[in-house]
Design a protein around this ligand. Sequence first.
Ligand SMILES: [Zn+2]
Length: 331
Amino acid sequence: MNIYLTLDYELYFGERTGSVENCIINPTKLLKEIADKHNIKLVQFVDVGFILRLEKFKNQFPQLESDYIAITTQIKTLYREGHDIQLHIHPHWEDCHYNGQKWEMNVSRYKLADFNKEQISDILHRYKRKLEELTSTNAPFTFRAGGWCIQPFEIVKEEFLKHGVMVDSSVFQKGHYQSEQYNYDFRNACMKSKWKFNLDPCKEEEGPFTEIPIGTIFNSPLFYWRLFLLGRINPYMHKPLGDGIPVSAPGQRFKLLTRWTHNTISIDGYNAALLERGLRQYQQLKKEELVVIGHPKSITRYGITALEKFISQNKEKHQFTTFREQRSQLI
Ligand SMILES: [Zn+2]
């Protein structure tokens, strides 16, 4: 099986974004150390909107200048050493400002669908160009939507085609969520591990795009009780390394704690305990690809250990790979 370890490389978007050092740079270093040790490559879905915001304000604020340098240096190093750098868009950065102390977050336009056609075109153009600049190629061709808000895809289709963004990895089968700010509904998604699509990433049909969905696992509420309790009982091992607060997702915690839910196969926090089980289920289903998601900001010391164990146990049996390495198979 092809296993892709994908990380959404970003800050938190809540009341407190956390620092670049603790949410991005340091945890990414830890993840890279493990990957290097086992000679495997990682995929970073880079939140480019944030980098452009840093670039815009860096001359006014020394902190942002050093954040900009730290991030762009790390991305260039990752790419040079063979890791994959792909496109992650959180367009709400267009509306966020730095007040000299902290980022003032405005997430009222959280998804691309909240912008008009010209704005979407401009965002995609600038964001992709920035990634090309950092990787010195026109390499980025895979997309992950911020907050998984890939729907409706029709409105971005033409722009994706124009910019050669031909692969998406935003869908996770059976997942769905609806709030004022964001929503996704993958309950009717194709159940394969990879498929072609045209107007709807959930639907397999003849078209120019490839969906390679994030792995899904069906979890009991008991798992989340354990996850939340461990964070309280043993924060050293189970508290995320990032120092920010997530954007609010009303009702989400209650849902997780009270019913069985479909969730992503993830490196984040205690979720890393389920990596092996997720892989076994995918093998039983005879799937050929497994995309694991993670966020440097949300990993824990426990998660790092569990990830390393997962890699050690599986690197001979499976192929840890990247979109960059699989490009000819995907486009
Ligand atoms: Zn994100």
